[in-house]
Write a protein that binds this ligand. Sequence first.
Ligand SMILES: [Zn+2]
Length: 112
Amino acid sequence: MAYLHCHICKWEQDDFWDENYNPITFLENSYKDILFNESLDEVFQVDRYIGNDIEGWKHYSSKITKRQNIISSLKRAIEAIDNMIWRTQEEFERKNPKRIYPNCGKQTLNID
Ligand SMILES: [Zn+2]
């Protein structure tokens, strides 16, 4: 899965989408079973690492319900759709052959 991001201004978009990975299938694969088969108000611990390799990673730990966790993921999916410019690698190569960043205009696009 390829992920497009800028090391200078930190702009990023979601991993390229395809049949198997996109915000809709991600939500379905991750949460459908929980939605039907688990207790939504069960509290569990979530550990997240937010940051990047340059500035470092910060560890966040919190206790939330499964219901809240699904809602947070839905919100992140909305953001991912909102921020997506090039949905597939093919679309990216075709519409931005010089690999210029949408935010800072630098030619420093990285695909990891
Ligand atoms: Zn940039």
